[in-house]
Write a protein that binds this ligand. Structure first.
Ligand code: SF4
Length: 213
């Protein structure tokens, strides 16, 4: 029977073996573009966000251009993703607030980030980690599912508890990397409906009762 530290070592080694180069999969060139891409990624895939931001960011290449863009044009460009009307409004709100309150720069402070429309705790963590390299763990749907299946948190834990437990359990200098590795593992391997359990080296510690074996 493995102890907690041995189980954690097994998980971290396997993630490193599977996804040694895991990183952010949202495309962006400037900091504010990441804020917008992260906001757009709520309840949709990074792939579909990249499809719309490609056109959006090339049509309006600066923060000021995007701020001056007509709402209906933004809506048209992002209409293939869910909640596009709300998200288009959020884009306008983000550009306006960045220009008005933050001199056109993305703030590092978490409270300030969370004043931007559509940016909650999880998004603020992603932005702080990606832009400012601040050790944060953003618990999205993949991180949450994988943490539960691997027994790092309880099945009934919510995202707030999960973030707290992961912060206590994982080495802080690996937060950012592990966050991406958990996401990759959940997105490409330990998927919600069809996890690749037959190939998985973590079967012995997996808590998922309906494993795809
Ligand atoms: Fe995920 Fe299946 Fe591996 Fe469990 S055994 S961690 S459900 S892939």
């Amino acid at each position: 029977m493995m102890n907690k530290q041995e189980r954690l070592a097994l998980i971290l080694n396997y993630l490193e073996e599977l996804f040694p180069n895991a990183g952010c999969e949202l495309n962006y060139r400037q900091d504010y573009e990441l804020v917008i891409a992260v906001m757009l990624s709520a309840q949709t895939t990074d792939e579909s966000v990249n499809r719309v931001t490609n056109q959006l960011f090339s049509s309006f290449p600066t923060l000021e251009d995007l701020d001056a863009a007509p709402l209906h044009e933004i809506e048209n460009m992002i209409r293939t993703i869910g909640l596009f009307r709300n998200k288009a409004k959020n884009i306008k709100g983000i550009t306006q607030q960045l220009l008005t309150n933050f001199s056109g720069r993305v703030p590092m402070d978490k409270e300030q980030l969370m004043t931007l429309p559509g940016v909650g705790n999880k998004s603020a963590n992603v932005i702080r980690a990606e832009i400012f390299h601040i050790p944060e763990i953003a618990v999205d749907t993949h991180v949450h599912r994988v943490a539960k299946r691997l027994g790092l948190v309880k099945m009934e834990d919510d995202v707030v508890v999960t973030e707290k437990k992961l912060r206590a359990l994982l080495p802080e200098d690996l937060y950012i990397k592990l966050h991406h590795q958990f996401i990759h593992f959940g997105r490409y391997f330990c998927k919600a409906r069809a996890p690749q359990c037959r190939q998985c080296h973590l079967q012995t510690i997996c808590q998922e009762p309906h494993k795809n074996l």
